[in-house]
Design a protein around this ligand. Structure first.
Ligand code: SF4
Ligand code: SF4
Length: 457
């Protein structure tokens, strides 16, 4: 790989300023993108926040209008603007409904980056965002340490005490506490750097993207994903130097961190010519597939060190190459075809579309095809399966009331199918739906598509 040319003095200064401030000069909604909105309003009824509050300012059309006014200097950054943008789930149901091809997800992430630079949030919020996006998520060791502390809280009896003593209720934390994921006994980090051979003749060689928090909360799911891939003739490599995909940072507008993580992941996964880069999380998948968005609007990134992923020079072309290899595990297996024999599993299930799979990646049929492939499984569609469950990254923590509203609606629809199992394709949705099953006492179990397959293999 050719060595990257040294930075000029101006470039180095700009990069230093960007690193300090957490944004880059190019990060704002662009006219070419927001002007595609023709104000038709066809997205309004697809939007969960519009359906909740019936307020134009909390609809996709209203938010795009506000972004345009800000860009044209006709609207100030204010509490009201920030609240309307914060309240958006980034579920992208509006993109599916839009006849004009508005890339709303891209717009809202850029608006959040613009807010990060122009609006001072309360001190506690600033501190929490800095800690989570800049210090915790990019650092696997820190994630492991925090997870160990949470596990101690969960297993020592402190959690049960907090629940029964009423202290959570006193501080209004009861619902948030119900969303806290169970920390695994063994973390997936120990699998990094390992290769898992294909069972039978090798049909593909793939790299597995394991996630960040998922490595301390979804070890079993990650193991099941590898087992299902192996059973279907895939050799699975888990690259050692992988990091958080940057989805949460990108969604929150902390794009310098998302870029830094993207560069590291591109270097780790492009080091070998894998047939595919596999993820079992719809949220990671849509960010990994959209890495080019992180670089394309920033000429300083895309032009300086063409095709290089070392140092600061990741290019849009490299991001495009990386993204073209990313596959959701359901998409990949449906394309490859299941070769592992599946035993009969008598079960009635319903499927919840994850927003970032259905709306972000336009994948709806692949998971359903895999579910139907299991002999004995009956798939019953729930009403409005592609409406957001309210999980949306950390939305259920930051906008708990709205999230709980959407969850209640979702559980009602899931319950109406009388299916004892809800299947989905995203760890965030799994956590939210499990909390929903408990809170609404539906008694339903929640599984990932690959967990259903793993049971049948
Ligand atoms: S991303 Fe979801 S919540 Fe946000 S405007 Fe679009 S439909 Fe509404
Ligand atoms: S459907 Fe598309 S073009 Fe119509 S108002 Fe919504 S975002 Fe704008």
């Amino acid at each position: 790989m050719p060595a990257a040319p040294p930075l000029t003095h101006e470039e180095a200064q700009r990069e230093f300023a960007e690193t300090l401030s957490g944004f880059t000069a190019g990060d704002k909604p662009e006219y070419a993108d927001y002007s595609r909105c023709i104000h038709c309003g066809l997205c309004l009824n697809a939007c969960p926040t519009y359906r909740l509050w019936h307020n134009e300012a909390d609809s996709p059309r209203g938010r795009i209008r506000q972004m345009a006014l800000i860009d044209q200097g006709r609207l100030e950054f204010s509490d009201a603007f920030v609240t309307h943008i914060d309240r958006c789930l980034d579920c992208r149901a509006c993109e599916t409904a839009c006849p004009s091809g508005v890339e709303y997800g891209k717009l809202v992430e850029l608006a959040r980056a613009q807010i990060a630079r122009n609006f001072e949030r309360p001190r506690l919020s600033r501190f929490a965002r800095r800690y989570v996006f800049e210090r915790l998520l990019p650092n696997p060791r820190r994630i492991a340490r925090v997870a160990q502390l949470v596990r101690l809280y969960q297993r020592s009896g402190l959690e049960a005490l907090a629940r029964t003593s009423g202290i959570l209720r006193l501080f209004g934390l009861q619902q948030r506490a119900a969303l806290l994921p169970r920390i695994d006994s063994e973390f997936f980090f120990s699998r990094l750097g390992q290769t898992f051979p294909a069972k039978g003749p090798r049909r593909a060689r793939v790299a597995f993207f394991a996630g960040c928090v998922a490595q301390v909360t979804f070890t079993e799911l990650n193991d099941a994903t590898i087992r299902v891939l192996q059973a279907n003739g895939c050799e699975v490599v888990v690259p050692a130097n992988q990091f958080c995909c940057g989805a949460l940072a990108a969604h929150a507008g902390v794009r310098n961190i998302a870029r830094e993580l993207a560069r590291k992941n591109m270097a780790a996964f492009l080091a070998e010519p894998f047939d595919a880069i596999i993820t079992n999380a719809a949220g990671y998948g849509s960010t990994l597939k959209e890495y080019p968005h992180l670089f394309s609007e920033n000429p300083a990134d895309s032009g300086r060190h063409s095709n290089s992923v070392d140092g600061n020079g990741a290019s849009a072309a490299t991001a495009a190459e990386f993204s073209s290899r990313v596959r959701d595990v359901t998409e990949f297996l449906a394309e490859l075809g299941l070769s592992a024999p599946l035993r009969e599993t008598k079960l009635r299930v319903t499927y919840q579309d994850s927003c970032h799979l259905a709306h972000g990646q336009k994948i709806r049929e692949a998971p359903r095809k895999l579910i139907r492939a299991v002999p004995g499984v009956e798939l019953v569609e729930m009403p409005l399966a592609d409406h957001c469950c309210g999980s949306a990254g950390i939305y259920n923590v930051t906008e708990t009331a709205a999230s709980m509203h959407l969850l209640a609606e979702k559980m009602q629809h899931a319950k109406s199918t009388a299916a004892p199992v809800i299947v989905t394709a995203n760890p965030g949705c799994i956590l939210q739906l499990r909390a929903g099953a408990k809170l609404h006492k539906t008694g339903q179990q929640v599984l990932h598509v690959v967990e259903l397959l793993a049971r049948a293999i």
